[in-house]
Design a binder for this molecule. Sequence first.
Ligand SMILES: [Fe+2]
Ligand SMILES: [Fe+2]
Length: 218
Amino acid sequence: MQAKLVPFAIQRRASSLRHVREHGGSVAVNENRGVPSALVQLRQDHTNFAFLLDALEREVNSLAADGRGDAPLMLSIVAYFEGYPAIYHHPAEDVIYGHLLCHVPTFGERIFALLKDHEQLAGHTGHVRSVLEITDIHDPAGRRRIIDEVGDFIADERRHMSAEEQSFFPNAARYLTTEQWAEVGRARPQVKDRAFLNGGFDQALSEIKLAYLGRNPR
Ligand SMILES: [Fe+2]
Ligand SMILES: [Fe+2]
């Protein structure tokens, strides 16, 4: 691996791991400890994301079937994906990626692919949001474009989350130390900062769920 290709954050994690190895710290594999709270939160995020993607897919299918998708609901969901992961979710995962790369260098290629995903997903989400904002859902060509673009977005998000849940999260739980999980936790804005930073993400999520259940009563 060429050093110039390694992002600074990863180099910093490698340096911190060397320090732990040289000066002590619990780096041994421990498969029996409880699930770290930072990982619990990331999995909860994924549960929320999966719900939102299912709701979005339902709107896309409805749009394709009879042209009656809920455009404001779709836009709310994509806007949530444009904001929340960048502030709360990806920063914590990026810290995990760095530590995991130090523990298991052979994961390098896959970890760099996940890192690249974070950049590409951010750009893709912004693009899809702008498509939803400027495209006329009542125009057949516009409807077709929304169906295709939002469908691609859903597939990309699901593929990324699936890779994380099947490989990345279990290995992070296996290899990261207690100290490293604490660092992951600090990468998320803390509760006291949420009211300032979150721009109403918790409220947005509640409103999306209410809107979705209003369209799809149980
Ligand atoms: Fe991710
Ligand atoms: Fe994730």
